[in-house]
Design a protein around this ligand. Structure first.
Ligand SMILES: [Zn+2]
Ligand SMILES: [Zn+2]
Length: 343
């Protein structure tokens, strides 16, 4: 089969590799669409340490079952599917209590780090355990289904920190996850829904998705603007979808005393933390990682049009052209959000 292989940092080769052989409990999926994730783009130069070459990346995919392992039941060739980006073990204490995102033996598709190498879906075929598969609703195209993962991350974060009716809610960062958060929150009964970013076009998309206010933090004092909107109190809750000191700080300073912030973004391993602001204002800070069980809900909401992937999709391109799309994303070409590659 053909695959897009990261041969060394920042160098891809579109080449012939062996078709994976599904183990007894695995399903071989013929990949029809696979999204390029920000983590792939950040990872391809070695900076995150989680894409050690050689590796076939790709964890946001959808396709058709090609064949099944000997112990698989419930799936057959031709089934339209997507799958969790996390391969969880299903047996550890965390998995058994439903916290599959916290699995002790978790592997992410298309990731190679110190502990493991797990080839992903930038290939004609990928083999995945039956337990991580989800059926696609009728009518949901593969290239939209490939975008389900960011929505599951958003839904999981909202389950970690649920807005109360009419709450003022802030979303810091209007990239894929931030925009998915805005879409999901707009249906969750928020009062004011405020999106913050440094790119006007992303803020315009956030407004289309239901943000009632958008602020460009490169131009204005966003905290002041939020205080003006909330009689000087601050927002009730905030979601942070970037993960650097400045944006986490902004999320924390945007909420009222007794407010709460959920941290989703994590592009940097460490940040400076405004300890006294958090302690003296009695804020609740929580983390949210990946998802645990939100796939079926997201797929249904996408099929109903309650969550919409189309406006996030910048391009669908042949897998053979993958290297040049990675390059364009790496160089931060303006206006590019999600690029989906089709084998
Ligand atoms: Zn991803
Ligand atoms: Zn587990």
């Amino acid at each position: 089969m053909k695959a897009l292989v990261l041969k060394e940092y920042k160098r891809f080769s579109y080449e012939e590799v062996a078709v994976p052989n599904p183990a007894a409990e695995e399903v071989l999926v013929s990949v029809k669409a696979c999204g390029i994730c920000g983590s792939d783009v950040h990872g391809m130069d070695g900076s995150t340490g989680r894409r050690r070459p050689p590796i076939i990346m790709g964890h946001e995919a959808a396709g058709v079952v090609a064949s099944i392992g000997s112990a698989v039941n419930g799936w057959k060739a031709g089934d339209r599917v997507t799958f969790d980006s996390t391969i969880y073990c299903g047996r550890c204490d965390f998995c058994r209590s439903g916290l599959i995102n916290l699995c002790e033996h978790r592997r992410v598709l298309g990731v190679s780090c110190e502990e493991y190498r797990q080839h992903g879906a930038f290939a004609e075929f990928v083999s995945v355990p039956e337990r991580i598969l989800y059926r696609l609703p009728e009518g949901l195209p593969f290239e939209h289904a490939a975008l389900v993962e960011p929505f599951t991350i958003a839904l999981h974060a909202i389950r970690r920190l649920q807005p109360t009716l009419n709450d003022t809610v802030v979303v810091v960062g209007a990239g894929m996850i931030g925009l998915a958060l805005v879409q999901a929150l707009s249906g969750a009964g928020c009062g004011k829904l405020i999106a913050i970013d440094i790119a006007d076009e992303r803020l315009a998309t956030a407004a289309k998705f239901g943000a009632t206010h958008t602020f460009n933090s490169s131009r204005e004092n966003v905290v002041e603007s939020i205080l003006n909107l909330t009689q000087g109190k601050g927002a009730d809750i905030a979601f942070e979808a970037v993960g650097v000191t400045a944006t986490v700080d902004l999320a924390i300073r945007s909420v009222r005393k007794g407010g709460a912030v959920t941290l989703v973004g994590n592009v940097t391993p460490k940040i400076e933390f405004p300890l006294q602001t958090v302690v003296t204002r009695e804020l609740t800070i929580s983390g949210s990682c990946a998802s645990s069980g939100e796939y079926p809900a997201c797929l249904e909401m996408m099929a109903r049009g309650k969550l919409s992937a189309a406006p996030l999709l910048s391009a669908v391109a042949p897998l053979a052209e993958g290297a040049s799309w990675f390059d364009r994303l790496y160089r931060k070409e303006p206006g590019l959000l999600k690029v989906v590659l089709a084998p």
